[in-house]
Ligand binder design. Structure first.
Ligand SMILES: [Fe+2]
Ligand SMILES: [Fe+2]
Length: 164
């Protein structure tokens, strides 16, 4: 008798989406640190939050804007498009609250932990569902245009981080 097994296909990212996938690594690192800070397993949550806010301004927030500008119009399923925008909106609102707490010198650990979890789950959904769907459904021409845009974004970000 043949037993049913779950096969986890390794994700092979199309070159047009690779720059956005590379951004996700930093987002996942930050989400894990926020979860740790919210759970009280880190000595100084405010340092974690300050680091996160810097990365947010420099990388994650522009990444959200890029996804909405470049991917939003290409997403066929309304439910997927809505999810992208709703989750970005929810995460932006949580960041505003976390920043306000920091400025007041307070810390809502549940909010910090929640932000980490929502950011983590959002990135995982994009990688496992949204990006997979996009690269399977877009035409070669659309993928080519997208690749030009995402490569330009990545080059610009590198120039900023190198101080050039
Ligand atoms: Fe996103
Ligand atoms: Fe993303």
């Amino acid at each position: 008798m043949v037993q049913a097994t779950t096969i986890h296909r390794p994700l092979v990212r199309h070159e047009s989406l690779r720059p956005l996938s590379r951004d996700h690594y930093q987002g996942l690192v930050q989400s894990q640190r926020l979860i740790g800070a919210g759970c009280g397993t880190l000595a100084d949550p405010s340092t974690v939050i300050q680091d996160f806010l810097q990365v947010w301004e420099r990388e994650i927030s522009p990444h959200f804007d890029d996804e909405e500008r470049l991917l939003g119009p290409l997403i066929e399923l309304p439910a997927d498009r809505l999810r992208l925008y709703h989750e970005h909106t929810a995460i932006r609102a949580m960041v505003v609250s976390v920043r306000a707490d920091l400025l007041r010198g307070t810390c809502d650990t549940e909010l910090v932990k929640g932000l980490g979890r929502v950011l983590h789950d959002h990135i995982r959904w994009e990688e496992r569902v949204l990006f997979e769907t996009l690269q399977d459904s877009l035409s070669p021409e659309q993928l080519q245009i997208l690749a030009r845009e995402t490569k330009a974004i990545e080059r610009a970000r590198r120039r900023v981080s190198c101080g050039i």
